[in-house]
Design a protein around this ligand. Structure first.
Ligand SMILES: Nc1ncnc2c1ncn2[C@@H]1O[C@H](COP(=O)(O)OP(=O)(O)OP(=O)(O)O)[C@@H](O)[C@H]1O
Length: 239
């Protein structure tokens, strides 16, 4: 798959402990794919491998057609990431935080202000550009991290449990924003253990004990059962 995300036979062990066991998955451009897994399923390990914080001895990862093992710079240039833990400098303004990230990515200086305005505009955050990050509530800080992840116009967006710590309204807003981004053509992989963040039309991967138990379209996979009940039955985990 050239434009999206492709993983083949990815395995990873921490010492004797197997965290991922021959995981394969594909996410196409324009797709919102929820990676649903209970605590300890292996979600964070997969995210670490996709972002190259960890390197897998076995398996292949392609991001927008680039092999992460043999062409890591091209692959990572096509990837936007929102990590589970906030990674903002609270003493800088929104614009300064994004500007710092743009410099790290080596974006052409002349393009940076326009890109920042566009990214913030997409998330209804333009009016907050010159406020300190510290002044933003949790939901707006997350939006800012999402805007930052989009600055370099990635083809694939990876979000690791991005709604942790947010209230219900902020959770719904960020979930809706990212679904919109997928509808506009982005390839999205969204890890979560919360079934209410997943729509019937989304692609779904269920990860359990390091293995993909199910892959398909959510509404088709869950049948007539509510997704939370179905997920509980599959994994023994409450959503
Ligand atoms: N550094 C480590 N050393 C040993 N085992 C680890 C380490 N990190 C994770 N594990 C184990 O690997 C498995 C997968 O963990 P991982 O953190 O990837 O799961 P997760 O789905 O992200 O869980 P959570 O939702 O709790 O963050 C678990 O059994 C975990 O205990």
């Amino acid at each position: 798959m050239t434009g999206g995300l492709s993983v083949r036979d990815l395995s990873f062990h921490y010492g004797q402990k197997c965290a991922l066991d021959a995981v394969s998955l594909d996410v196409a451009p324009g797709r919102f794919c929820a990676l649903l897994g209970p605590n300890g399923a292996g979600k964070s390990t997969l995210v670490s491998l996709l972002t190259r914080l960890l390197v897998a001895p076995e398996g292949d990862i392609h991001i927008a057609g680039h092999d992460l093992r043999t062409a890591p710079r091209k692959a990572l240039a096509a990837l936007g990431v929102v990590f589970q833990q906030p990674t903002l400098d609270l003493n800088l303004t929104v614009r300064q935080n994004l500007g710092y990230f743009a410099a790290l990515h080596g974006l052409p200086r002349g393009e940076v202000p326009g890109r920042i305005d566009a990214a913030l505009g997409r998330l209804d955050m333009r009016a907050r550009a010159d406020e300190k990050a510290r002044a933003l509530n949790g939901g707006h800080r997350r939006r800012m991290e999402l805007a930052r992840a989009l600055l370099h116009e990635p083809k694939v967006l990876l979000l690791d449990e991005p709604t942790v710590g947010l209230d219900a309204a902020a959770r719904a807003a960020i979930t809706a924003h990212v679904h919109d981004l997928a509808e506009q053509g982005l390839c999205v992989l969204w890890t979560t253990h919360l079934t209410d963040e997943v729509r019937d039309s989304d692609a779904l991967l269920v990860l359990h004990r390091g293995q993909i138990l199910h892959a398909g379209i959510t509404g088709e996979i869950r049948g007539d059962a509510p997704l939370s009940d179905w997920f509980l039955a599959q994994t023994g985990a409450a959503a």
